[in-house]
Design a protein around this ligand. Structure first.
Ligand code: HEM
Ligand code: HEM
Length: 151
């Protein structure tokens, strides 16, 4: 993907990336915890394989959303330079291990691309509901309730 590591002045950008990434991890954990008690209403509006594909895609999205910050955090920890959260140093729990660090960032980068692909598929699916099926599923992501919602 992008390669700014060697650029002079990139350190604050990486620090920001790490702080925002950790914030995302916290929000993702909250969302997942909430999700187990609050499953969405069934979207079984089309053929069975489409319902299954949607369910699989959603869980794949969650898995990637967990792996993304997890591999980043582990990679940065094994990098040995410490991990800061908005300037506050988190406890250093691991010894430096450069080969593990490289492997973890390899996965971090791969997961990022996979996320781009799966999110694209997911948005295409949502647009199919909006434009072709017109079944109200798309509007279930809209914060205000709509008369067109299929609830
Ligand atoms: C949802 C959260 C995150 C997303 C979407 C994300 C995304 C990315 C992307 C797209 C890259 C560039 C990969 C490449 O060079 O091919 C990257 C690199 C990096 N990320 Fe993250 N990241 C996240 C969370 C984190 C966290 C929590 C940390 C550390 C605590 C972290 C640390 C890093 C570091 C150090 C690099 C540079 C890796 C290298 O040396 O190649 N990231 N991240
Ligand atoms: C234009 C952008 C997007 C649209 C229109 C959209 C639309 C939707 C719709 C209509 C649903 C079904 C809601 C329901 O079942 O009630 C959904 C679920 C979901 N979306 Fe998106 N989405 C978008 C972007 C994203 C992105 C960027 C992510 C994550 C990276 C994401 C992750 C998810 C997940 C994990 C679910 C499953 C929710 C659950 O079952 O708990 N979406 N989305």
């Amino acid at each position: 993907m992008m390669s700014v590591e060697e650029d002079p002045g990139s350190a604050p950008l990486f620090a920001l990336h790490i702080s925002l990434g950790l914030t995302a991890a916290f929000l993702i954990a909250l969302r997942l915890a909430w999700r187990f008690g609050n499953p969405p209403r069934s979207t079984e509006t089309g053929p069975r394989w489409q319902t299954r594909a949607a369910r699989l895609t959603h869980w794949l999205l969650y898995l990637l959303l967990v792996l993304m910050p997890l591999t980043g955090f582990l990679g940065a920890s094994f990098g040995g330079d410490g991990v800061d959260f908005f300037g506050m140093a988190l406890p250093q729990w691991s010894a430096r291990n450069d080969s593990l660090k490289e492997q973890l960032f390899g996965v971090h980068s791969f997961v990022a691309w996979l996320l781009v692909a799966v999110v694209s598929l997911h948005v295409l699916g949502a647009l199919k509901h909006l434009l072709l099926d017109r079944d109200g599923v798309f509007w279930r992501m809209w914060p205000v309730s709509r008369s067109r919602q299929g609830r």
